[in-house]
Design a protein around this ligand. Sequence first.
Ligand code: SAM
Length: 371
Amino acid sequence: MERLPVTEGKTTFFAPVQDEGAAFPPGSAPIFYNRKMEANRDGTVLFLAAVRPSDYLDAMGATGVRGLRVAHETGIAVTINDIDPAAAAEIRANAGQIEGAIEVTCSDANALMSTRRFDAVDLDPFGTPAPFVDASCRSAKRFLFVTATDTAPLCGAHLKAGMRRYFARPMNTEYHGEVGLRILLGFVAREMIKYDRGIEPLFCFAHEHFVRLHLRTRPRVKNADQALDRIGYVMQCTGCFYREERAGLLSESGVCPCCGTALRPIGPLWLGAVNDPETLLAMEALLPEMALGTASYLGRLLPVLRDELPTSTFYDYHRIAKALRASPPAIDIVLERLRADGYLATRTHYEGTGIRTDAPLATIEAAISGP
Ligand code: SAM
């Protein structure tokens, strides 16, 4: 197996040479390395530099790049694990070249997480993290990070697969990326609260073909109950753009007050904020000194996340304009009109044409079609 040096952030390591797209399915590559996930790893390195856990488990290491970078670029003690002995050998070889407290293990992640606890636990599997979330909730003392790349099941394109994995019903709406993030977050919350602990989302985003969660775990029943209160549904009208939030267990569906069509439930999912402005500010302050390859992307992402209203959906105002047969104005004009009408309105990181607002649909339509 040919190996070549690769540099990400301030860390140089060896990765097997892979032709772009040659290994399919992804797990068929000898040892997996995907440069396109650099933004995902950069985000985590920056987050860890800000919150500084006492130790960190990279439960699915592959080349070990994630854990190696955490050790080298933040000085946090890491354990890097992979079930594949060839991957574990590769991680050991890479760890030998890098300064830092690095332990390498070769176990099934569920077995490891069932027997040891770590201050921060990171799941970065192929596709769905669902089979690993229960053990990760027991292993994570203060922080839990989860990647999902199975966006089709999460977002509603593969409905049955999404329901099997997350026991939730997605829907392929114009805000499907957000549905995916909130269904994953709702699933992790339900796995955690059964242990009488809560979660607090600190830094969560969707990008290209992945969803990434950075969560704080919170001890005690009262925090579990608070997290439980955040689980609910988005009730989406299938006849128009109307939707509403419904906290708690679903007792009835209801009809759309705009057009009279039956509302369809999406969920259960997480309702409310998915980011913590203070944590994001701390990350923004550290960004200039971190030498991250995707610094310019993160520099644009973090302020947008910080501003996002904690609504559970956004509107694609170009789609609404099309339905109204109106020519869409610039997004800032629509946002200003909504604010002038006394409502809150912000952009969203999911879509350049996405608007988050607490305004009713009729007001949004008026703001798009203009005076
Ligand atoms: N974290 C890596 C990175 O940032 O480049 C990529 C990890 S790759 C997507 C998933 C890895 O999980 C593979 O190396 C695979 O061998 C490993 N894996 C699969 N099942 C596992 C299990 N049950 N326990 C531990 N590792 C597992």
